[in-house]
Design a protein around this ligand. Structure first.
Ligand code: NAD
Length: 299
């Protein structure tokens, strides 16, 4: 099993290290336009795992992603304090389009996982540019938002986070949709009124920026929530994961990639699950999709 990671910055290098540390892949390639950076990250990981790593780790060019089973795109500009993910659209879209062309040439059978923000729009761009089946183009974001939501709810209900089951779908951004109608605390459904929902949504939306303002970037949470997605694909676990998927009529939406519950297996997104949502959630999901569509049209 071969993984290529395009973009060897904070996210790409940490992901590479964690994947190698867990021996998830036989082969792992790091590619970055800053070749020295990719080389440095690669050497550091090789040194770190010299007492027992089994993964063959290298850095290289786009040509070296040939025969990759999975390609993670983490190349592009990250958010800075005070900015929105959508501020990155134009710069990152060019990068994703260029990388997508290289993927078509060098790894036409791969499954692509987009991490670069704004991820829903980047995942749409990768889908359009590669022409791959939509099952093989997966955007990462909902699993991370769901983790942050679980953490907030564990504080709200004063329970260990493991006792909370909660999910976030919709845009990986301001229009995210916490699925309040499915929150379970210790296995029991709970009811949260509209005012409290709005307060929790506001806190949830601010979660990532709070980390970025204090430490410069989000790292541990994205990596720890991305790796189970890769594991579900590698081991064909068919787990339910919140992913940005290119919709074709599901939830009454099309021509847009947005966070929805999916089944992830060896073929990528093997199923898009259509959950019953309440009116509040449906309204948020549709307004997020409309916003994303208008951004996609503008570029
Ligand atoms: P970073 O600046 O540390 O790394 C980005 C890397 O991309 C740099 O090393 C840069 O040289 C490289 N790069 C730029 N253009 C390239 C190209 N054409 N080919 C190859 N490499 C190229 O940023 P980071 O913190 O690692 O974040 C990367 C992206 O991931 C950002 O867009 C960030 O917003 C996003 N992100 C998304 C999520 C999510 O939940 N989807 C979470 C965290 C970060």
């Amino acid at each position: 099993m071969k993984l290529s990671i395009i973009g060897a910055g904070t996210i790409g290098a940490t992901l590479a290290y964690q994947c190698a540390e867990k021996n998830l892949f036989d082969e792992l390639v790091l590619v970055d336009i800053a070749e020295g950076l990719a080389k440095g990250q690669c050497l550091d990981i090789c040194h770190a795992l010299a007492y027992g790593g089994e993964t063959e780790i290298s850095c290289g060019t786009y040509l070296d992603m040939c025969d990759s089973d999975i390609i993670v795109i983490s190349a592009g500009k990250p958010r800075r304090p005070g900015t929105d993910r959508l501020d990155l659209i134009r710069d990152n879209c060019k990068i994703i389009e260029q990388i997508s062309s290289e993927i078509v040439k060098n790894a036409p059978d791969s499954i692509v996982v987009a991490v670069t923000n704004p991820v829903d729009i980047m995942n749409r761009a990768a889908f359009l540019k590669t022409g791959f089946d939509r099952s093989r183009i997966i955007g990462f974001g909902g699993q991370l938002d769901s983790a942050r939501f679980r953490y907030l709810l564990s504080l709200e209900y004063s329970v260990p986070v493991g006792d909370v089951e909660a999910y976030v779908i919709g845009e990986h951004g301001e229009a995210q949709v916490p699925v309040f109608s499915r929150i379970k605390i210790r296995g029991e459904l709970v009811t949260i009124d509209d005012q409290r929902r709005d307060e929790l949504r506001t806190r949830l939306r601010a979660s990532a920026m709070e980390v970025i303002e204090k430490k410069g970037a989000t790292v541990f949470a994205p990596i720890n929530t991305l790796i189970p997605m890769l594991e579900s694909i590698i081991y064909d676990k068919k787990e339910t994961m919140m992913c940005s998927a290119n919709l074709d009529g599901e939830y009454g939406l099309r021509d847009v990639s947005i966070g929805v519950p999916t089944t992830l297996g060896k073929l990528g997104i093997e199923k898009i699950k259509e959950w019953d949502l309440d009116e509040y959630e449906k309204k948020l999901l549709v307004s997020g999709a409309q916003k994303l569509l208008s951004y996609c049209r503008s570029i």
